[in-house]
Design a protein around this ligand. Structure first.
Ligand SMILES: O=C(O)c1ccccc1NCC(=O)[C@H](O)[C@H](O)COP(=O)(O)O
Length: 263
């Protein structure tokens, strides 16, 4: 399949799944459940703290790489991550990333650090669901949403007590994110049409993001080399998936990333 069609295919498949998954009672069910969901830790605070914040991702596969981690146990991964990163990103998308809602639910119950629901959110019921699964934050991708949807989804998330990581790929998307009142902006270093990754994307776009927003650099961060390139521009955090999933020692990898940023 031509690369640029992947994102459209992911969204089409997502919409198909949502049609099958949600019923006319889903909203009522979520609203009932929400009242008993314990207040999650703040994702915003975890990113705003002093020094580089690290979001470790729990990701079995991806459209660009296929299967990344064969021996995949989300709870064991959560245990390895819990004392060495500041938040966890949990893939729930099933068809391209082999994620699952249950991973987010179980991991959120297991750890005391905040969790991010990492999915392709195109329907407000997904936001209610993320809340019910115990997430602290949801990812909203500007490239797949209309302005009104983006604004409404951010507002709904805030009303539900969820933080929002708003993902951008270019200057125009930063403007749309800021206009929609985003306060945590994730610059994705992955070009979603060609799937190439370049951390220079964060450095190039950083100056267009206003000071009142926290900035997270996402994707393609493998080790000290990428961190050294990122040190040139002030960011609050990084989101790292594949490098953690492929390494044997998550603690050592997290230390390598922090040390590279601090020296
Ligand atoms: O990872 C992909 O191939 C991908 C393809 C299409 C849309 C999104 C994709 N990834 C989602 C992510 O943003 C990453 O999982 C996340 O930033 C971590 O990236 P990495 O450290 O490169 O695994």
């Amino acid at each position: 399949m031509e690369k640029k069609l992947y994102l459209e295919a992911i969204i089409r498949q997502k919409e198909k799944r949502l049609k099958e998954k949600y019923t006319e009672n889903s909203l009522q069910d979520f609203l009932k459940k929400i009242t008993s969901v314990p207040k999650p830790p703040s994702f915003y605070d975890a990113m705003a703290k002093e020094g580089l914040s690290i979001i470790g991702e729990i990701k079995k596969a991806s459209p660009s790489k296929g299967l990344i981690r064969e021996a995949f146990n989300p709870m064991a991964l959560a245990d390895s991550y819990k004392d060495v990163v500041d938040a966890l990103s949990v893939l729930t998308e099933e068809d391209y990333f082999q994620g699952h809602d249950a991973y987010l639910r179980d991991v959120s119950q297991r750890v005391t650090i905040p969790t991010l629901c990492k999915d392709f959110i195109v329907d407000d019921l997904q936001i209610y669901q993320a809340k019910c699964l115990g997430a602290s934050c949801v990812l909203l991708i500007v490239a797949i949403l209309e302005d009104k949807q983006l604004k409404d989804f951010i507002q709904l998330s805030k009303n539900l007590g969820l933080d929002v990581l708003v993902e951008v790929h270019n200057q125009d998307e930063i403007k749309r994110a800021v206009d929609a009142r985003a306060n945590i902006i994730g610059v994705n270093n992955r070009d979603l049409t060609r799937f190439t990754v370049d951390v220079q994307t964060t450095c190039r776009l950083r100056s267009y993001i206003p000071d009142h927003c926290l900035v997270i650099s996402e994707s393609g961060i493998r080790g000290a080399e990428e961190i050294e390139r990122l040190r040139g521009c002030p960011i609050h955090g990084i989101l790292v998936g594949e490098s953690f999933m492929r390494c044997k020692d998550i603690g050592a990898k997290a230390k390598e990333l922090r040390d590279a940023y601090e020296t």
